[in-house]
Design a protein around this ligand. Structure first.
Ligand code: FAD
Length: 394
């Protein structure tokens, strides 16, 4: 039985298998312990790098694998099935900092930062959110002021995934003047490294789920960033961040599908083994219907995501299907893990089995890279943006 209705070439299946083998050998034995200890294993970065999994979307000319979007997402799902914390690290790294430097970086920035990111010598992070600027990210207040050959940044970035171990961080800051605010057009992107004077890792969040993915504040206290590290054009940083999040949401959707699939696989096995009233609980129609809905939702989420990957690889805009994919997949992850806990009964509520972790991990997929409410806002806006009225045939 397979819920994979997308045709994969033999090369795509090879990459999928390599990611699956890696996840089973290098992650599965430790996932539960890392979750309990909220421990991030730094050695993973090198191991993922050696397999090319940190340069999946980077062309071979810059030391990446140069994969298409579908292959990337299929590989990411295999990691997420086993360890959602590692999956978010891989997703953010591949979808956001590497893609931003590839797309908007200068030749020098690509040599200096993109190659080590693609090879897995450095881990990438993305710092847009702030304590008071989440969904309304354009309200960010971190200020960048030009001082000779440097920009001086002051402010606090919040919720930075992998922020403790990142070697390259794309940070968004205001470059407009306090007396002449330009809204989103006053925001620029900078390539920040932790060795720059004025950089400090702040509070580490103690999270419900994704506990093996360190989420931290980054404090910029007169952080001196060389002028050459401005990414792309001044004042375009917010636009870069939003465009990149379209891609980021595809990675989060793949992560969510991996979590949902894990919930389904564990539930299928448990329901076949667990006996009550003299029969396997899988023989109860109530349980079968839960499994059927989980399977349908995983298949639908994956089909939409893979269709979106094709749209992206054709070079067409993905704002609408990316928001839909992320919304559907994250709601699938949440419903599938909720039902998995129910199928396991009391055993679903304790740490002896993985489904309680999956349930905790699933929740954040409805929150980060745009909450479900914001995905609905994006979708609704796009419906009007493309039609001009709500009455035309879609
Ligand atoms: C584990 C984790 C990792 C993260 N990693 C990163 C990262 O690497 N980099 C980064 O920059 N950020 C990261 N984030 C931040 C994340 O993107 C934000 O948490 C998210 O955008 C929501 O912002 P907020 O938490 O401030 O919630 P708020 O924006 O305060 O939202 C609170 C509630 O109000 C709702 N709401 C807000 N505005 C609207 C609206 N217009 N219409 C309807 N409802 C609305 C929201 O949907 C939500 O339900 C991470 C967050 C978490 C939890």
């Amino acid at each position: 039985m397979t819920l994979h209705f997308t045709h994969l070439t033999s090369e795509q299946r090879e990459i999928q298998q390599a990611a699956r083998d890696f996840a089973r050998a290098e992650l599965a034995p430790y996932t539960a312990q890392w979750d309990r200890d909220a421990y991030f294993e730094p050695a993973l970065v090198q191991k993922l790098g050696e397999l090319g999994l940190l340069g999946m979307l980077v062309p071979e000319t810059f030391d990446g694998l140069g994969l298409d979007t579908l292959t990337y997402l299929v590989a990411l799902e295999e990691i997420a099935v086993v360890d959602a914390s590692v999956a978010v690290m891989v997703s953010v790294h591949n979808s956001l900092p590497t893609q931003m430097i590839l797309r908007w970086g200068s030749d020098e920035q690509k040599e200096r930062y993109l190659r080590p990111l693609a090879r897995g010598e450095k881990l990438g992070a993305f710092a847009l959110s702030e304590p008071d600027a989440g969904s309304d990210a354009a309200a960010l207040t971190t200020q960048a002021v030009r001082d000779g050959e440097c920009w001086v940044l002051n402010g606090t970035k919040a919720w930075v995934s992998s922020g403790t171990h990142a070697g390259v961080i794309i940070a968004m800051a205001r470059t407009d003047r306090a007396d002449h605010r330009r809204g989103p057009r006053g925001i620029s992107s900078f390539i920040v490294t932790p060795d720059m004077p004025g950089f400090r890792v702040g509070k580490k969040e103690d999270k419900m789920g994704l506990r093996a993915s360190p989420t931290v504040q980054l404090v910029f206290d007169n952080l001196r960033v060389p002028a050459a590290n401005l990414l792309g054009e001044e004042g375009h940083g917010f636009s870069y961040a939003m465009q990149s999040l379209d891609n980021g949401r595809l990675g989060i959707a793949a992560q969510a599908i991996g979590i949902a699939r894990a919930a389904l696989e564990h539930s299928l096995a448990y329901a076949a083994e667990r006996r009550q009233f003299g029969q396997a609980i899988a023989d109860f129609e109530a349980i079968q219907f839960k499994l059927a809905d989980m399977a349908k939702n995983v298949a639908a989420s994956r089909a939409l995501l893979h269709a979106t990957a094709a749209v992206k690889d054709r070079g067409d805009p993905v704002t609408l299907p990316a928001a839909m994919s992320k919304l559907l997949a994250s709601e699938t992850a949440m419903s599938a893990t909720r039902e998995a806990v129910q199928i396991f009964g009391g055993y679903g509520y304790v740490t002896d089995y993985p489904v309680e972790r999956l349930f905790r991990d699933a929740k954040v997929t409805e929150i980060y890279e745009g909450t479900s409410e914001i995905q609905r806002v994006v979708i609704a806006r796009q419906l009007y943006a493309t039609s001009g009225s709500a009455t035309h045939v879609i």
